[in-house]
Design a protein around this ligand. Structure first.
Ligand SMILES: [Zn+2]
Length: 60
């Protein structure tokens, strides 16, 4: 089961977040977006995402 970072919502493969370094993760998340070009993406702006990747929409 994939985990998502509670801080920045990045979906993780490892134990800690490669973007913000947080190890505060959750398996209780739903929906995701794949951000390819954060500068051109309205969703990325809304979620305050600076780097490309796969992000959970909701993390509990
Ligand atoms: Zn993070």
């Amino acid at each position: 089961m994939e985990k998502a970072c509670r801080t920045c919502h990045k979906i993780l493969e490892g134990a800690s977040c490669p973007i913000c370094g947080s190890s505060d993760t959750s398996t209780d998340w739903s929906g995701f977006v794949v951000i390819i070009d954060p500068q051109a993406s309205e969703i990325a702006k809304k979620l305050e995402i600076d780097l490309p990747g796969k992000y959970a929409l909701r993390v509990r």
